[in-house]
Ligand binder design. Structure first.
Ligand code: SAM
Length: 261
């Protein structure tokens, strides 16, 4: 399956959303499948991010961290932390203490090495766990992030409710995830790159047959834009906003756990 050209997040009809939800359920996102895939590509993951995004991935993560308006005292949770780029960025960007959670042990090993190299060990801890059942106490963090992880989670609504549970009242959330270009004229060119060029580069560099075919498939079925913003609102977040970055290739979602909840 390749990504076809659905209309953008805000224009899609309910039936198109329902079709994407159905296709999403058919993609195998069992924890063993997803963690095994990331375990297998972990050694080349950072390199491929840089190559495939032309280095934009770093800018997108910085933008997400900046929306949290960290002041130097926050406890931050980074879910689907992978090789810990957001966790490290948040430590440099003002969070006092960071916990990164991911279920891929090999991604975490690479993340730990980067944290050690950056001498951030005392402030950044990585824990193995599932986004749908976070190993974190309720109302215990001031800010939470997920970068390029939520589309891989079997039940994104469950993970969003977990994020709401662990944030303190007033705590802020920032989520980055892929979407599709909002400008119709740009979309076919991007889809050609995404469906045909990206998987070839990904396969050649990672030596993994399926991971970089799964990437466009998982983006093609993810309910981005308004539809995902609704999932956040339904999970209890207020002030939910979504902003397309790089013409909609990526969306930045922000929200807050209401005070007094
Ligand atoms: C595309 S990587 C993103 C890593 C990192 N956040 C970044 O910005 O580069 C997705 C990560 O999410 C993790 N992941 C996916 N589903 C998960 C789940 N249900 N619970 C915990 N981790 C999950 C994968 O193991 C992988 O490390």
């Amino acid at each position: 399956m390749s990504v076809s050209s659905p209309s953008g997040g805000s224009e899609r009809s309910e039936s198109a959303e329902a079709q994407r939800a159905k296709a999403d359920r058919q993609l195998d996102k069992t924890p063993a499948k997803i963690s095994g895939m990331f375990d297998a590509i972990a050694g080349r993951y950072d390199l491929l991010n840089t190559v495939l995004s032309g280095g934009l991935d770093r800018y997108w993560r910085r933008r997400a961290i900046a929306t949290l308006q960290l002041t130097g005292s926050e406890r931050l949770l980074d879910v689907c932390t992978g090789t810990a780029d957001v966790a490290i960025g948040a430590a440099r960007g003002g969070a006092a203490r960071i916990v990164g959670v991911d279920f891929s042990g090999v991604m975490l090993v690479h993340g730990l090495e980067k944290i050690r190299h950056a001498a951030l060990g005392p402030r950044v801890n990585l824990v193995r766990g599932d986004a749908m059942s976070l190993p974190v106490a309720s109302a215990s963090v001031d800010a939470a992030t997920i970068a390029f992880g939520i589309r891989n989670v079997q039940q994104p609504d469950v993970a969003c409710r977990e994020l709401h549970r662990v944030l303190r009242p007033g705590g802020r959330l920032a989520i980055l995830e892929f979407g599709l270009p909002v400008i119709p004229a740009v979309r076919p060119l991007y889809l050609w790159y995404f469906n045909h060029v990206l998987p070839r580069i990904g396969r050649a560099v990672s030596k993994h047959d399926a991971a970089y075919t799964y990437l466009p498939e998982s983006v093609g079925t993810f309910q981005f834009g308004d539809a995902f913003a609704r999932i956040l609102s339904d999970a209890g977040f207020s002030q939910v906003r979504h902003k397309p970055l790089a013409l909609g290739i990526v969306y930045l979602y922000t929200g807050q756990k209401p005070s007094g909840t």
